[in-house]
Design a protein around this ligand. Structure first.
Ligand code: PLP
Length: 401
């Protein structure tokens, strides 16, 4: 009989959103006429920018005409027009990359999970805790041992390198989901130095870079000295431009990045990743790549930044509420997530129930993102402004009692 991948037995039960759904359903069944406000989801709510939709429609029309129809994309790595647009976008905030270092994908989740194919199972993996679950799950499925760097209240939820661990792979996410914290240049430099010392590779998830407004905070690890020799950057248009249902992302692999071969030599990481993608991936559809290209035009940047500003206005409403309540939180300033300490020393599930039952607001218990998340709670700014204001009025009433 076929034998299963035993790594699956080591996966934690994926119960977080199922359990939230179950509790919310029970509550709604008992109170069918009440209005519940959902602030737990990480999905966006605002529509695609007009310029993006126009580009997608135009490309769809081209697909219906013999002369402009397109089948498989030759390389599967992305059309040149989009790879060039991404490289120009990086240059706009001072990070030089070449278009042929940009590889177009169907989103950051796939690339964060698939990149492990290039690494031997013997590599130890270092992941910050709490973290976006893909980093841990994909490596457990890949048979690798996962170690954790603690993100805690004491270090402002910005975990730093641990010299007792010698990882081959390191996952960093900044601005962070779920904690909303953002690494400074100095902190990223410390991670780069640590990776270079250990000959490790950093997989840097920049899915929320577009939410950074503070010019002092790095939007890419690739601008940090030494990073081109030890880091890959994975990014997505999901939150930047509302592509969660459209699907497009990109991964940047610097030409200098090498990985060790079994005989102690080295090989280009890019070459191996292209080999992997060539075997298992056939590219992103032409209309979606044209839509993605439109995101990076001046009009696209303007329209998508207006939507981000809308979300960040929500984030300010949430942050102001916790400021006024004197409750400690991270995020909300250069990130759409607000991560706060559950009041009265409650654990995150007890607070979840209190918030649901007394304020009819749904959030995400921090415990679902790792052991350091317990006692903490995540709210997102991706709802509507009206609901965010109403939810925060309810939270104020509940917590100022
Ligand atoms: N990385 C992080 C940190 C995320 O929070 C998310 C989605 O919530 C993703 C990646 C997934 O992005 P995509 O929709 O591009 O797969």
């Amino acid at each position: 009989m076929a034998l299963m991948n035993k790594g699956f037995l080591d996966l934690k039960k994926n119960y977080l959103f199922i359990e939230i759904g179950k509790r919310v359903k029970e509550y709604t069944q008992a109170h069918p006429d009440n209005k519940i406000i959902r602030m737990g989801i990480g999905d966006v709510t605002q529509p695609l920018a007009k310029t993006v939709v126009d580009a997608m429609k135009k490309a769809a029309d081209e697909m219906g005409v013999k002369e402009t129809f397109r089948g498989y994309e030759d390389s599967g790595m992305g059309y040149d027009f989009l790879r060039e647009a991404v490289a120009k976008y990086y240059a706009s905030y001072g990070v030089e990359i070449s278009p042929d270092e940009v590889l177009i994908s169907d989103g950051a989740k796939s690339d964060c999970g698939n990149i492990g194919d290039v690494f031997d199972p013997s590599n130890d993996v270092l992941v910050t805790d709490p973290a976006y679950p893909v980093y841990v799950d994909s490596n457990i499925m890949g048979g690798r041992k996962v170690y954790y760097a603690d993100s805690t209240e004491e270090n402002g939820f910005a975990a730093m390198p641990d010299d007792n661990i010698k990882p081959g792979m390191i996952y960093l996410c900044s601005p962070n989901n779920p904690t909303g914290s953002v690494y400074t240049k100095e902190q990223l430099k410390a991670w780069v130095d640590y990776a270079l010392k250990n000959k490790a590779i950093i997989i840097f998830d920049a899915a929320y870079e577009a939410f950074i407004s503070d010019p002092e905070l790095p939007r890419s690890i690739l601008g940090i000295e030494g990073a081109r020799k030890c880091a890959i950057e994975i990014c997505s248009l999901s939150k930047t431009a509302g592509f969660t249902g459209t699907r497009c992302g990109y991964t940047v692999i610097p030409k200098e990045l090498m990985i060790e071969t079994p005989d102690g030599g080295e090989m280009s990481f890019m070459q191996l990743w292209c080999r992997r993608q060539g075997s298992k991936f056939n590219g992103v559809s032409y209309p979606v790549q044209r839509a993605a290209e439109a995101v990076f035009t001046p009009e696209g940047i303007k329209q998508t930044r207006e939507t981000i500003a809308y979300y960040m206005r929500n984030a300010k409403v949430i942050a102001d509420t916790f400021d006024s309540l004197g409750i400690k939180y991270t995020g909300g300033k250069n990130s759409p997530y607000i991560w706060f300490k559950c009041p009265d020393g409650e654990d995150s599930w007890t607070f979840f129930d209190r918030l649901l039952n007394n304020a009819e607001v749904v959030g995400t218990p921090g415990a679902g993102f790792g052991k350091n998340g317990d006692g903490w709670f995540r709210l997102t700014a991706f709802g509507t402004y009206e609901n965010t204001v109403e939810a925060m009025e309810r939270v104020k009433k509940l917590l100022s009692k």
